[in-house]
Ligand binder design. Structure first.
Ligand SMILES: [Zn+2]
Length: 203
Protein backbone atom coordinates (compact mmCIF):
# COMPACT_ATOMS: atom_id res chain seq x y z
CA UNK A 1 0.00 0.00 0.00
CA UNK A 2 1.10 3.48 -0.71
CA UNK A 3 1.51 5.55 2.39
CA UNK A 4 -0.61 8.64 2.40
CA UNK A 5 1.46 9.85 5.24
CA UNK A 6 4.44 8.08 6.61
CA UNK A 7 4.51 10.95 8.96
CA UNK A 8 3.88 9.76 12.43
CA UNK A 9 3.77 11.91 15.45
CA UNK A 10 7.07 10.57 16.70
CA UNK A 11 9.10 12.48 14.16
CA UNK A 12 8.32 15.78 15.78
CA UNK A 13 10.79 17.08 18.28
CA UNK A 14 8.88 20.17 19.29
CA UNK A 15 7.71 19.84 22.85
CA UNK A 16 6.94 23.45 23.59
CA UNK A 17 3.24 23.88 24.29
CA UNK A 18 1.54 26.01 21.72
CA UNK A 19 -0.29 29.03 23.03
CA UNK A 20 -3.87 29.64 22.07
CA UNK A 21 -3.85 31.64 18.89
CA UNK A 22 -6.69 33.82 17.79
CA UNK A 23 -5.18 35.25 14.65
CA UNK A 24 -5.76 33.62 11.30
CA UNK A 25 -2.88 32.80 9.01
CA UNK A 26 -2.71 34.22 5.55
CA UNK A 27 -4.69 31.98 3.20
CA UNK A 28 -1.76 31.18 0.94
CA UNK A 29 -0.12 28.98 3.54
CA UNK A 30 -2.93 28.40 5.97
CA UNK A 31 -2.84 24.68 5.31
CA UNK A 32 -0.56 22.28 3.49
CA UNK A 33 -1.71 19.95 0.73
CA UNK A 34 1.64 19.10 -0.74
CA UNK A 35 2.13 15.39 -0.01
CA UNK A 36 -1.37 14.01 0.12
CA UNK A 37 -4.32 14.13 -2.18
CA UNK A 38 -7.98 14.16 -1.26
CA UNK A 39 -10.50 11.36 -1.12
CA UNK A 40 -12.04 10.24 -4.39
CA UNK A 41 -15.53 10.93 -3.03
CA UNK A 42 -16.76 13.23 -0.32
CA UNK A 43 -18.62 10.82 1.93
CA UNK A 44 -17.30 7.83 3.83
CA UNK A 45 -18.30 5.59 6.71
CA UNK A 46 -15.59 4.84 9.23
CA UNK A 47 -15.20 1.22 10.23
CA UNK A 48 -13.66 0.77 13.65
CA UNK A 49 -12.11 -2.67 13.96
CA UNK A 50 -12.34 -5.06 16.89
CA UNK A 51 -8.81 -4.14 17.92
CA UNK A 52 -10.12 -0.73 19.01
CA UNK A 53 -11.16 -1.00 22.69
CA UNK A 54 -14.76 -0.10 23.44
CA UNK A 55 -13.55 2.57 25.84
CA UNK A 56 -12.00 4.40 22.87
CA UNK A 57 -15.21 4.58 20.84
CA UNK A 58 -16.25 8.02 22.02
CA UNK A 59 -12.80 9.48 21.28
CA UNK A 60 -12.69 7.90 17.83
CA UNK A 61 -16.16 9.22 17.03
CA UNK A 62 -15.36 12.68 18.31
CA UNK A 63 -12.16 12.82 16.27
CA UNK A 64 -14.02 11.73 13.14
CA UNK A 65 -16.76 14.29 13.60
CA UNK A 66 -14.26 17.15 13.61
CA UNK A 67 -13.72 16.64 9.90
CA UNK A 68 -17.34 16.12 8.91
CA UNK A 69 -19.70 18.90 7.90
CA UNK A 70 -17.14 21.69 8.08
CA UNK A 71 -18.65 24.92 6.84
CA UNK A 72 -17.94 25.44 3.17
CA UNK A 73 -16.99 21.78 2.68
CA UNK A 74 -18.95 18.83 1.33
CA UNK A 75 -16.88 16.25 3.22
CA UNK A 76 -19.02 13.99 5.40
CA UNK A 77 -18.09 11.10 7.61
CA UNK A 78 -20.52 8.59 9.04
CA UNK A 79 -20.23 6.01 11.77
CA UNK A 80 -18.07 4.72 13.17
CA UNK A 81 -19.33 1.21 12.79
CA UNK A 82 -17.72 -0.29 15.86
CA UNK A 83 -16.21 -3.76 16.01
CA UNK A 84 -16.64 -3.88 12.27
CA UNK A 85 -15.53 -6.94 10.35
CA UNK A 86 -16.54 -5.55 6.96
CA UNK A 87 -14.38 -6.73 4.09
CA UNK A 88 -12.18 -4.00 2.62
CA UNK A 89 -13.94 -0.88 3.86
CA UNK A 90 -12.77 2.35 2.24
CA UNK A 91 -12.11 3.97 5.60
CA UNK A 92 -11.05 2.13 8.73
CA UNK A 93 -9.27 2.54 12.03
CA UNK A 94 -7.50 -0.23 13.89
CA UNK A 95 -4.82 -0.86 16.49
CA UNK A 96 -1.84 -2.91 15.45
CA UNK A 97 1.72 -3.56 16.55
CA UNK A 98 3.83 -1.36 14.29
CA UNK A 99 7.02 -3.30 15.00
CA UNK A 100 5.39 -6.52 13.81
CA UNK A 101 4.05 -4.72 10.75
CA UNK A 102 7.41 -3.20 9.85
CA UNK A 103 6.14 0.34 10.31
CA UNK A 104 8.34 2.98 11.99
CA UNK A 105 7.77 3.53 15.70
CA UNK A 106 5.14 6.26 15.48
CA UNK A 107 1.93 6.45 17.51
CA UNK A 108 -0.15 6.60 14.36
CA UNK A 109 0.06 6.37 10.62
CA UNK A 110 -2.40 6.59 7.77
CA UNK A 111 -2.08 4.17 4.90
CA UNK A 112 -3.95 4.39 1.68
CA UNK A 113 -4.06 3.52 -1.96
CA UNK A 114 -3.66 5.97 -4.80
CA UNK A 115 -3.67 4.87 -8.41
CA UNK A 116 -0.79 7.21 -9.04
CA UNK A 117 1.01 9.86 -7.11
CA UNK A 118 -1.23 12.82 -6.54
CA UNK A 119 -4.41 11.08 -7.61
CA UNK A 120 -7.38 10.94 -5.31
CA UNK A 121 -7.29 8.03 -2.91
CA UNK A 122 -10.01 5.46 -2.59
CA UNK A 123 -9.02 3.96 0.75
CA UNK A 124 -7.48 5.13 3.98
CA UNK A 125 -6.59 3.09 7.02
CA UNK A 126 -5.76 4.87 10.25
CA UNK A 127 -3.39 2.66 12.22
CA UNK A 128 -2.70 3.21 15.91
CA UNK A 129 0.40 1.63 17.39
CA UNK A 130 -0.21 -0.83 20.22
CA UNK A 131 3.33 -0.18 21.45
CA UNK A 132 2.27 3.16 22.95
CA UNK A 133 0.26 3.65 26.14
CA UNK A 134 -3.10 5.05 25.08
CA UNK A 135 -5.56 7.09 27.10
CA UNK A 136 -8.75 9.03 26.52
CA UNK A 137 -8.02 11.79 29.05
CA UNK A 138 -5.79 13.91 26.84
CA UNK A 139 -2.39 12.99 28.24
CA UNK A 140 0.44 13.28 25.74
CA UNK A 141 4.08 12.54 26.55
CA UNK A 142 6.71 11.67 24.00
CA UNK A 143 9.21 10.49 26.63
CA UNK A 144 6.63 8.34 28.43
CA UNK A 145 5.06 7.20 25.18
CA UNK A 146 1.65 8.35 26.37
CA UNK A 147 -0.83 9.11 23.64
CA UNK A 148 -4.37 10.49 23.64
CA UNK A 149 -6.65 8.57 21.29
CA UNK A 150 -8.61 11.63 20.15
CA UNK A 151 -5.50 13.78 19.53
CA UNK A 152 -3.75 11.15 17.42
CA UNK A 153 -6.92 10.03 15.64
CA UNK A 154 -7.91 13.56 14.64
CA UNK A 155 -4.41 14.14 13.24
CA UNK A 156 -4.39 10.91 11.25
CA UNK A 157 -7.91 11.51 9.98
CA UNK A 158 -6.69 14.89 8.79
CA UNK A 159 -4.17 13.01 6.66
CA UNK A 160 -6.90 10.66 5.44
CA UNK A 161 -8.88 13.75 4.45
CA UNK A 162 -5.97 15.13 2.45
CA UNK A 163 -4.03 17.42 4.76
CA UNK A 164 -0.24 17.27 5.13
CA UNK A 165 1.75 18.45 8.10
CA UNK A 166 1.57 22.23 8.11
CA UNK A 167 5.36 22.34 8.42
CA UNK A 168 5.79 20.49 5.12
CA UNK A 169 4.98 23.70 3.26
CA UNK A 170 7.68 25.80 4.83
CA UNK A 171 7.93 28.03 7.85
CA UNK A 172 4.77 28.06 9.90
CA UNK A 173 2.78 30.96 11.20
CA UNK A 174 1.49 30.86 14.77
CA UNK A 175 -1.86 29.63 13.56
CA UNK A 176 -0.25 26.91 11.50
CA UNK A 177 1.73 25.78 14.52
CA UNK A 178 -1.55 25.47 16.40
CA UNK A 179 -2.99 23.24 13.68
CA UNK A 180 -3.83 19.66 14.59
CA UNK A 181 -1.70 18.84 11.54
CA UNK A 182 1.38 20.16 13.32
CA UNK A 183 2.67 17.60 15.78
CA UNK A 184 3.53 19.06 19.16
CA UNK A 185 2.95 16.14 21.54
CA UNK A 186 0.30 18.13 23.33
CA UNK A 187 -3.43 17.52 23.61
CA UNK A 188 -4.84 18.96 20.41
CA UNK A 189 -8.28 17.70 19.55
CA UNK A 190 -9.94 20.40 17.49
CA UNK A 191 -9.04 21.43 13.94
CA UNK A 192 -8.47 25.18 13.83
CA UNK A 193 -9.52 27.67 11.17
CA UNK A 194 -6.56 26.74 8.96
CA UNK A 195 -7.37 23.05 9.06
CA UNK A 196 -10.99 23.77 8.23
CA UNK A 197 -9.97 26.07 5.38
CA UNK A 198 -7.91 23.24 3.95
CA UNK A 199 -10.86 20.87 4.00
CA UNK A 200 -13.13 23.50 2.47
CA UNK A 201 -10.56 23.97 -0.29
CA UNK A 202 -10.40 20.23 -1.01
CA UNK A 203 -14.12 19.41 -0.88
ZN1 LIG B 1 1.14 13.19 10.60
Amino acid sequence: MRRLASLGMAIAVAVTPVAVVTTTATPAHAYCLTQISRWKYASYTLHSRKSIPTSWNASVKSAMRQWSGIKGSGLKYYGPQVRSNAANPAFQIEKINFANAGIPDYPGITLGVEKSKGSRHSTAAVELNSRFTWNTSGAMSQSKRKTDVWTVAVHEMGHASGLSHTGACGAMTKAEKASVMNVTWTKKRYPNSDDKAGIAKLY
